[in-house]
Write a protein that binds this ligand. Sequence first.
Ligand code: TXA
Ligand code: MG
Length: 322
Amino acid sequence: MSAPVKPAPIKPASDPAVIEEAAAILKAGGLVAMPTETVYGLAADAGNPDAVARLYAAKGRPRFNPLIAHVAGPNMAWRLAGWPDLADQLAETFWPGPLTLVLPKRPDAPIADIANAGLDSIALRAPRHAAAQALIRAFDGPLVAPSANPSGGISPTTAQHVADGLGERIDLILDGGACPVGLESTVIALLGGTPTLLRPGGLARRQIEAITGRLAEPGSEDTLLAPGMMKSHYAPNATMRLNASAAEAGEVFLGFGPINGDLNLSPGGDLAEAATGLFAALRALDARGAARIAVAPIPDEGLGEAINDRLQRAAAPKDDLI
Ligand code: TXA
Ligand code: MG
């Protein structure tokens, strides 16, 4: 019989001594869950291949799915990637915040090859959450951080969600409360040619397009550009039925706006509020043990594009992994 594994302690992210402790754990190759404004991330030293290998193993994440390196801001980003004018404009407008830029990786970047799946590009983001900023600054270098959940599951928006999914496999959980945005960052590729929307997320497309012009979609021949965009992702145990007008027998119902249900993402029809509560609502309904979760229609505008993306992946058959 193997010895019981101690769950990671949950400590307040607002305590500077806890941030120092977390930075020391990361320096020693450990894994720390940190709050960001989008979702909780599982952080590791981007330059330490053993730490990053531990991170992939803890999540059960396929190694071909590259990670985002989190930086304090553009000054840290320049050392890691080629930095076109457009990156400057986007970072000036939206960093720190829920926007990830995929850029050409500098050959001398202090990033372990395993962290970006051996690609010649690297994804960079400066998170806005005070705790994430404090941790990156205390660590004084880039931190890779995927969402802090077992691969394929629902992303965590509270410290308790992290503990439920990964508690026994990591070293420390920083508690910074519920994530205000609630959806992962929007991922844009700036690799020459037309800027491409790789993943809709917590920053609405039209805000970015005001600067970039119309964003391209990754076509089927570009699948390598978005190696981690699995069809099935964010999946609850229940199956899902989307664009539903009412619950059928055996279903729990997630409402929106005037269409009420067991829970309502936003009775007033506010998409930002719906985004913030989406993952917690899926977890709560899943915990009721119903065979199926039905969801009211969500308008496909603004943050609705990312909400619908997550709902479609949550609804995809789970054997349809790639
Ligand atoms: O909001 C977020 O982005 C959160 C928080 C923790 O920062 N992080 C997050 O990480 O969602 P993750 O690993 O769950 O998703 C990263 C996405 C994946 O779809 C991955 O394939 C893509 O970014 N990605 C990373 N590096 C890439 C690269 N070099 N080229 C293309 N896509 C890349
Ligand atoms: Mg994820």
